[in-house]
Write a protein of this length. Structure first.
Length: 461
C-alpha cells in the first residue's frame, strides 16, 4: 500500500503543479492586505513618523494663532527707601501767608507747615494692568504660516514614503516565509521517498537481491535530508519572527498563508505610471516651495511692523483701588528696520542658494528613481524567466525520477543513479519555491518604485 502511494506521488504532484500554473493571475491577496493594514496601525517606526506629522500640524496651528489678539496680565509692586529725593519748600512758601491770615482772622485756623522731601523711587507702589495686543502689519507672520503649511505637506509625504517602504518589506517577509514553508514541505516529501527507498533496500537485502551498499547510501541521504530540514525549519522561524516584528506583534504569532500566492507572471505588469507618483519627488518640490517662501520672507523684511495695544489697569499706593487709580491706555507700535547691516540681504542669499540646491537635488532624484525603476523591471523579467524555466525543469525532474525509480525496481539501475534523480527532483522543488517568492518580491519592488499601492486604504484596490 505504501509503495502504491509512493508510485502515485509524482504523477499527482505533476497534475497539481499544472493546475497551479493554470491558476496564475487568479490569486487574491486580501489576507496580505489585512496584514499591511495591521502594520499601518501598529508599526512603531510608522508611529514615530506620525508623531512628527502631529508636531508639524501643531506648529501650523501656532502660526495661525499669531493672527489672534494676545491678552496678558502684567503687574508690578515697588517698595523702596533712600536714594535721590526732590525737596519741596512747602513751609517756606505757605507759612508767611498762613501767618498773615491768622493775624487777620485773629485765629489759628492756618497751621504752620514743614518743608517736604519726596523719594524719586516710589515706595509701596503697585501697577496692575491687562494688556491686549494685536498685530496689524507683520509679513513674518504671514510667511511663517505659509511655510508651516508646506512643512505639513512635506511630513505627510515622509509618512507615505515610510508606508510604501513598509509595504514592500512586509510583502518581502511574507513571501520569504511562504518560501520557507515550501522548503519544509519539499524536504518532508523527500523524506517520504527516502524512507520508502530504505524499506525497499532492506527488503532486497533480506532477499539477497542487493547488497548493503544501497541501504547505507539511502540511510546517509536520510541523515543529510534531516539536517537540511532542520535548517529549513530555523529559516522559517526567523522569517516568521521578522514578519511579526514588522507588524509589532508577538514574534511567535501564527501567519495565515493564502492558497494562491503567485500573481500573474504571464502578462507583464503595467509600468506606465513611471515615478510620477513617488512621494520623494513631492517632498523635494515642497521643500523647494518652502525655501522660496523663506526667500520672499527675507526680501519682505523692509516692510514695517505695526501693532496696536490696549492697557486696562490700576496704579497707586497702599493697594488702594478707586476712580483715581484706574486707567486705560491705547496705542500703536511701529517697528521699521531701515538699516540692518545687510543681514536681510545675506539671509535672502542663503534661502536662494537652498532653492537652487533643492532644484538640483530634485533633478538628480528623478533620474535616480527612474534608474531604480528600470533596474527593478529588469529584475522582474529575470525572475519571471527563471520561474518559467524552473517550472519546466520541475516537470522534467518529476518524470525523470519516476522513470529512474521504475528502472531501479526492475534491477536495471544503480542506486547512485536513483539518488541523483531524487536530488534533482528535490533541488527543482526548492528552486520552484525560491522562484515563486522572487517573482512576488520583484512585483512588490515594482509596486514600490511606482508608488501604486493604495496606502491610504490598503484593504481596497
Amino acid at each position: 500500500m505504501y509503495t502504491l502511494f509512493t508510485r502515485g506521488l509524482i504523477p499527482i504532484f505533476t497534475f497539481l503543479l499544472l493546475c497551479h500554473i493554470s491558476a496564475l493571475g487568479q490569486s487574491n491577496h486580501q489576507q496580505l492586505d489585512d496584514y499591511v493594514a495591521i502594520a499601518f496601525t501598529q508599526n512603531q517606526g510608522l508611529k514615530e513618523q506620525q508623531f512628527d506629522l502631529d508636531k508639524a500640524m501643531a506648529a501650523l496651528k501656532e502660526a495661525q494663532a499669531m493672527y489672534l489678539p494676545t491678552v496678558s496680565l502684567l503687574g508690578s509692586y515697588t517698595r523702596s527707601a533712600g536714594g535721590r529725593t526732590i525737596d519741596v519748600p512747602v513751609g517756606d512758601l505757605v507759612n508767611p501767608v498762613y501767618s498773615a491770615l491768622n493775624q487777620l482772622t485773629n485765629s489759628n485756623k492756618f497751621p504752620q507747615l514743614k518743608n517736604e522731601s519726596f523719594l524719586l523711587n516710589p515706595n509701596n507702589f503697585y501697577d496692575a494692568k491687562l494688556r491686549t495686543s494685536l498685530p496689524l502689519i507683520n509679513a513674518e507672520i504671514r510667511y511663517n504660516k505659509l511655510i508651516k503649511q508646506q512643512l505639513i505637506t512635506s511630513q505627510q509625504a515622509a509618512v507615505n514614503v515610510y508606508k510604501r517602504a513598509l509595504v514592500k518589506d512586509i510583502k518581502t517577509a511574507y513571501y520569504r516565509y511562504y518560501q520557507s514553508l515550501q522548503s519544509i514541505a519539499t524536504y518532508n516529501s523527500a523524506m517520504l521517498l527516502i524512507k520508502e527507498n530504505i524499506r525497499e533496500n532492506e527488503s532486497m537485502l533480506r532477499n539477497g537481491i542487493r547488497n548493503g551498499t544501497a541501504l547505507l547510501r539511502s540511510q546517509t541521504e536520510q541523515e543529510k535530508n534531516k539536517s537540511a530540514l532542520i535548517q529549513a525549519q530555523h529559516n522559517m522561524k526567523n522569517a516568521k519572527s521578522y514578519f511579526n516584528f514588522l507588524l509589532n506583534r508577538s514574534l511567535q504569532d501564527s501567519i495565515l498563508i493564502e492558497k494562491e500566492t503567485i500573481a500573474d507572471i504571464i502578462t507583464a505588469p503595467d509600468t506606465s505610471f513611471g515615478t510620477s507618483r513617488r512621494e520623494e519627488i513631492k517632498q523635494l518640490r515642497t521643500m523647494q516651495h518652502v525655501y522660496t517662501l523663506d526667500y520672499q520672507l527675507q526680501k519682505s523684511g523692509f516692510i514695517p511692523k505695526v501693532n496696536t495695544f490696549v492697557d486696562l489697569g490700576s496704579q497707586g499706593f497702599d493697594f488702594n483701588i478707586n476712580n483715581k487709580t484706574r486707567y486705560y491706555l491705547w496705542g500703536v507700535n511701529l517697528q521699521w528696520d531701515i538699516f540692518t547691516g545687510g543681514q536681510r540681504k545675506h539671509r535672502a542669499e542663503q534661502s536662494r542658494a537652498n532653492v537652487n540646491a533643492t532644484i538640483a537635488q530634485l533633478d538628480q532624484t528623478e533620474q535616480s528613481l527612474q534608474l531604480q525603476l528600470d533596474q527593478t523591471y529588469n529584475n522582474y523579467q529575470s525572475a519571471t524567466a527563471a520561474y518559467k524555466s524552473i517550472t519546466a525543469q520541475l516537470l522534467f525532474a518529476s518524470k525523470y525520477y519516476n522513470d529512474q525509480l521504475k528502472a531501479y525496481r526492475a534491477g536495471q539501475l544503480l542506486y547512485l543513479e536513483l539518488v541523483d534523480a531524487q536530488d534533482q527532483l528535490t533541488n527543482a522543488r526548492l528552486q520552484m519555491a525560491d522562484a515563486e517568492a522572487n517573482v512576488q518580491i520583484a512585483l512588490a519592488e515594482l509596486e514600490r518604485e511606482q508608488a501604486t499601492y493604495p496606502i491610504n486604504n490598503p484593504n481596497q484596490k
